[in-house]
Design a protein around this ligand. Structure first.
Ligand SMILES: [Zn+2]
Length: 295
């Protein structure tokens, strides 16, 4: 059986045909998102699904569509990359494609992809945390994706690091984890502190002992690591999956997270814990979206 997955990013959209039994990509195609309006994005998705599916037996197969943002059923509540709020996207898209559509959060899709065909293969419980432009997570408990009462469980980037105030986050609140360690906000914070470059430049300077860089890095990464350790204490996962562009380029952050998790989680919660880097790279969201569409 073959499934269809779509991953809508900030600048590109991708679509793939995925083998549902193995989680392997059969074919993947990509297109730039020039017009980010809902109808513009729907056109790109329609063309990508048609291109990916050509020559494969996917007539009428459901398609899973991954978004960076908050979703409620067919409605995209908030997708900051696209500037969308409360857009009814799933229904009109299903009509246009002539096949069922399931909208899925990109991190939920990535976590499901890693569970079925990547770093968390064989696990029943995983906590997946990606640090890229932003910070996201997804929780799989007892083999099921945890969605919460209104579908927004796992918004790990917006746990607060300070009791009052704090740096401004893209979500409109203050003091969120993402406002300190998400790639976009960390780069802003570096610039305000007179440091140029990317988070991996910050890591290099901090590990060399440069005082300003070390101050920022220790606060951001120390709090990220502690927040992850606290999730492990609460959730008792088999596997902690770490990924996203910032963590993949900053091995020091991964080492710090590993050390803090091993020191600061409750002993019982980490007894059988495996800490793994995401294995599917940019494909985890595509694979997971395709598998969630039918699951
Ligand atoms: Zn926030």
């Amino acid at each position: 059986m073959l499934g269809l997955g779509v991953d809508i990013g900030g600048t590109n959209a991708r679509a793939a045909v995925v083998d549902q039994s193995t989680g392997q990509l059969v074919v993947a195609v990509k297109e730039a998102l020039v017009d980010r309006s809902p109808t513009g994005v729907a056109s790109v998705v329609a063309s990508l699904v048609e291109r990916a599916g050509r020559g494969h037996p996917v007539a009428g197969a459901p398609v899973g569509v991954g978004f960076a943002g908050m979703l409620r059923g067919d409605v995209v509540v908030n997708a900051p990359n696209l500037g969308w709020r409360d857009v009814d996207f799933g229904g009109p898209l299903a009509q246009r494609l002539g096949r069922p559509v399931r909208l899925v959060n990109d991190l939920s899709a990535a976590a499901w992809g890693e569970l079925k065909g990547g770093a968390a293969r064989g696990a029943s419980d995983s906590f997946t945390c990606f640090v890229g432009t932003g910070v996201g997570s997804a929780i799989i408990a007892g083999g099921r994706l945890l969605s919460g009462a209104t579908g927004v469980a796992g918004e790990f980037g917006h746990v607060k690091l300070v009791a009052e105030g704090g740096r401004a986050c893209g979500c409109g609140q203050l003091g969120c984890l993402e406002a300190y360690v998400g790639g976009a906000k960390l780069t802003e914070w570096m610039a305000e502190s007179g440091l140029s470059g990317t988070p991996s430049d910050l890591e290099k300077l901090a590990l060399e002992g440069e005082a300003v860089a070390k101050g920022l890095y220790d606060f951001a990464v120390g709090h990220l690591a502690l927040a992850i350790a606290n999730q492990v204490t609460v959730l008792n996962p088999d596997v902690l999956v770490l990924g996203g562009g910032v963590l993949m380029r900053c091995p020091g952050m991964v080492r710090r997270i590993t050390d803090v998790v091993m020191e600061r989680t409750s002993v019982a919660a980490r007894q059988h814990l495996r800490i793994r880097l995401a294995e599917l790279g940019d494909d985890s969201g595509l694979v997971g979206a395709a598998l969630l569409a039918v699951g």
